[in-house]
Design a protein around this ligand. Structure first.
Ligand SMILES: Cc1ncc(COP(=O)(O)O)c(C=O)c1O
Length: 392
């Protein structure tokens, strides 16, 4: 490289375990229940809407914050479901997936020297972006499942204890990937009391807002006025309408915060793919399309859960998301990453080790004998995987 100096902006970031596991699954012709995307098509009606939008001429730059019809649709949905009435002109922004919304929110709110609290296990985007902003992630581990309590849970006292004079923001993600846990109303009480009288911003990754099971209601942070006024609430059409590859999402936040996010958004992507915005706006006008999602995925969750219960895995009931965890300690005492690779290569089913969502995946306290299965798959895919796992 002669005398050029190439310095990485993201030290410690390499190929993610998701890519590694997916490649391994392809190489070994494994059924991929690892990565979180549907293996089925979206509603043809939605595809027709895209085609129609293109033919109608929606092919040039749309407005920077998103087309008004889509922002109005988001406003209406959020108001109906969670009771908070965002101003669609100044408080709602359409983004390139939830990923862009997350990155722009972190970069807009967090400054060098700040601390940002992140709950572990966590989605892989948060920490590298916090570091990119010059800030420090402060990790608060969840309580892992044990004999007494079968699912992960957040200890809010530990979150409270992690706050310092430098805490700028808290990132939360419910329904939670990978653990499949949700917030209850008393969690919102805890959050309200934790941030009261502080200057802490909340960045709420709610991409699985419509995938909540057993009749529970999603507890969006914008349900509470005191939380909404300090929160960026983020969601993804990819997850809701089985179009993860379109990368269209949005964020809702008070006008002053939105204004800062939009400054970054305009020089990052400027705006988001035009015909998809028109199509999504028309499609979401029928609320049944998002309201039916929970029961659609609940039957897939039950199919996978019951199937795994007929194997030597011990499945953990998921309360939301596309994912459920299963305990494999009756089968093996390998660390989670080794077990996941072994399962993919030797038994033809790709999964993700839960330890991949920890800061130090090799650490003992990141390994609880758990792997993550994705059930956003056709029933035939789920059944074929179960059949293979029954042979274990
Ligand atoms: C928790 C979480 N946040 C954000 C994203 C990214 O969403 P998008 O594809 O809309 O950028 C994902 C996707 O897997 C996710 O699981």
């Amino acid at each position: 490289m002669n005398n050029m100096e190439l310095r990485t902006r993201m030290p410690g970031v390499g190929t993610t375990i998701f890519t590694v596991m997916s490649q391994l699954a392809t190489e070994h012709q494994a059924i991929n229940l690892g990565q979180g995307f549907p293996d089925f098509d979206p509603d043809p009606l939605l595809l027709d809407e895209v085609n129609k939008a293109m033919r109608e001429g929606h092919n040039q730059y749309p407005p920077m914050p998103g087309i008004p019809l889509l922002r109005e649709g988001i406003r209406e949905k959020v108001k109906t479901l969670y009771g908070h009435d965002y101003d669609s002109t100044t408080e709602i922004t359409v983004t390139s997936g939830a990923s862009e919304a997350l990155m722009m929110s972190i970069l807009a709110l967090v400054h060098p020297g700040d601390e940002v609290i992140v709950i572990e296990p966590f989605y892989d985007l948060y920490n590298p972006v916090i570091s990119l902003a010059g800030a420090t992630p402060v990790i608060v581990p969840m309580q892992a499942p044990d004999n007494e309590y079968p699912t992960y849970r957040v200890d809010w006292q530990r979150v409270r204890d992690a706050i310092s004079a430098r805490t700028r923001a808290l990132i939360i993600n419910f329904p939670h990937n990978p653990t499949g846990i949700n917030l209850e109303p008393d969690d919102l009480d805890a959050l309200e009391s934790i941030v009261e009288d502080t200057g802490i911003f909340l960045i709420s990754d709610e991409v699985y807002e419509h995938v909540v099971f057993d009749g529970a209601e999603h507890q969006s942070l914008c349900r509470r006025k005191s939380l909404a006024e300090r929160s960026v609430v983020i969601s993804s059409f990819g997850k809701t309408y089985h179009v993860t590859g379109w990368k269209v999402g949005y964020c809702c936040a008070p006008a002053a915060i939105t204004s800062e996010i939009r400054k970054l958004h305009q020089f990052n992507v400027f705006t988001v793919v035009s015909p998809m915005q028109t199509a999504l706006a028309r499609y979401m006008a029928d609320p049944q399309h998002h309201l039916d999602l929970a029961s659609f995925y609940q039957s897939k969750r039950d199919r996978l859960y019951n199937g795994l219960a007929s194997t030597r895995f011990k499945p953990v009931k998921s309360a939301g998301t596309f994912f459920l965890l299963a305990d494999y300690r009756e089968i093996s005492d390998m660390p989670e990453a080794d077990f996941s690779k072994w399962l993919t290569i030797e038994h033809g089913v790709g999964v993700i080790p839960v330890s991949a969502f920890y800061r130090d995946p090799g650490a003992q306290d990141a390994n609880h004998g758990l792997v993550r299965f994705c059930f956003a798959k056709r029933e035939t895919t789920l059944d074929a995987a179960i059949e293979r796992l029954q042979k274990l």
